[in-house]
Design a protein. Structure first.
Ligand SMILES: Cc1ncc(COP(=O)(O)O)c(C=O)c1O
Length: 401
């Protein structure tokens, strides 16, 4: 065999994304001819949800009309205008199309903002548990991800004092994800105001990840940008979740108090120029998404509500398992308190091999040391969830480490 002579950069070892890594194991199980019940990935299109036809038509029309060239690097003006108008409509009156960048999903928006913000050794405050892309990008930038811990005993609510205690002279940015992935928690305006007050006093850039803002089980969403006077805040959102087209890769970032972030916006523009543009024809869906019919969202929530309720009921009935009911998104982060449990990754892999149910281990999102969790995605139809929880219950009943 030929000896391998080329080695990748060692720091890439720190770039991890559990949600997709674990799926590799599931593919192995499927190769053995066993059907896996997938409760691991937040893609509604894998289940009984479909992209709204008016969005498909908008993109199809754009492609047929020959709108298949590069877009400006900050995005098509019509899409940027729609995002700005939507922000103004929701109370963020300062946002103009010039403050908006259309990106390849929120993922690229996060990448652009963090890359433009963090130097090696800088610190960024991330919720723990939280969405692992933030950690992965911080690792790539040689920046330090510092965890703050929303309190599970208090419905996974963040505490401004705990957050503030994590700040050092190197802290540059704070990520707040509302609703949160993986806990499904949503935060009140008082909680958000307290977190933003910390950011204001310490002059941190806030990344307000609101990709699940329209997916709520009651209540109304308070955009962080409406509470952010005097805070350097960038709002992140996109079409992947509420508009049911994650494969299109349409997201955006908007500087909500542009006067406080002029230089940062210029830095983002440089990075955006260097990568040319986000996918262009799909940007024609932004205006019809934000200003066209929203009926599909109510229909999706009507499907998701009983799925959430089933998940909460079934899991809380199992001894050694407890879950805080999520109030937004389609995730929850149940806790495992089982004798001898050392690693929730091993637990999740054993469950996959023995019962062919796939969750993501809590370690993949971060968790308080000494605790064990897993993330459940409750997008599958009721009968699939029912079967998955029956298998899970059986597995826990015979649990031995
Ligand atoms: C909290 C959060 N932010 C960002 C993303 C990335 O979304 P996109 O598909 O827009 O890149 C996700 C995807 O699951 C997410 O859960």
């Amino acid at each position: 065999m030929q000896r391998q002579v080329f080695r990748p950069a060692p720091h890439i070892e720190n770039v991890r994304y559990a949600i997709r890594n674990i799926a590799v194991e599931a593919a192995r199980v499927e190769a053995e001819g066993k059907r896996v019940l997938y409760c691991n990935i937040g893609d509604p299109l894998r289940f009984d949800f479909a992209t709204p036809p008016h969005l498909v038509e908008a993109v199809e029309r754009a492609m047929r009309d020959g709108k298949n060239g590069y877009a400006p690097s900050a995005g098509l003006l019509a899409a940027r205008t729609a995002v700005a108008n939507d922000a103004v409509k929701r109370g963020m009156s300062q946002v103009t199309p010039g403050d908006v960048f259309i990106t390849a999903g929120v993922s690229e928006a996060i990448d652009l903002v963090l890359t433009a913000t963090l130097e090696p050794g800088d610190e960024v405050l991330l919720p723990c548990p939280g969405y692992p892309l933030y950690d992965a990008i911080a690792a790539r930038l040689h920046a330090k991800a510092v965890a703050y811990h929303p309190d599970e005993a208090n419905g996974w609510q963040p505490d401004a004092r705990e957050l503030e205690s994590r700040i050092t002279s190197k802290t540059r940015a704070l990520v707040i994800c509302n609703p949160n992935n993986p806990t499904g928690a949503t935060y009140s305006s008082q909680t958000l105001a307290a977190l933003l007050d910390v950011a204001r006093r310490h002059q941190l850039l806030v990344l307000a990840d609101e990709i699940y803002d329209r997916l709520l089980y009651g209540g109304t969403h308070v955009p962080m940008g409406t509470l952010a006077e005097g805070v350097a805040l960038v709002m992140l959102n996109g079409l992947s979740k509420a508009y049911l087209c994650p494969g299109w890769r349409v997201g955006w970032l908007a500087f909500v108090n542009p006067n406080l972030t002029r230089d940062l916006a210029r830095a983002v523009q440089r990075l955006a120029d260097a990568r040319l543009c986000g996918p262009a024809p799909v940007q024609h869906a932004v205006e019809p998404a934000l200003f066209g019919s929203q009926a599909h969202i109510a229909a999706a929530m009507a499907k998701l509500l009983p799925r959430r309720d089933l998940m909460v009921k079934r899991l809380n009935a199992i001894r050694g398992v407890s879950v805080v009911a999520p109030s937004g998104a389609f995730y929850a982060m149940p806790r495992l308190e089982l004798p001898g449990l050392q690693s929730d990754e091993q637990f999740v892999l054993k469950l996959l091999r023995e019962e062919q149910v796939l969750f993501v281990h809590g370690e993949g999102f971060g968790q308080k040391p000494g605790t064990h969790h897993f993330r459940v995605v409750f997008l599958p139809p009721l009968e699939v969830l029912d079967e998955a929880f029956a298998r899970f219950e059986r597995f826990v009943a015979r649990w031995a480490p």
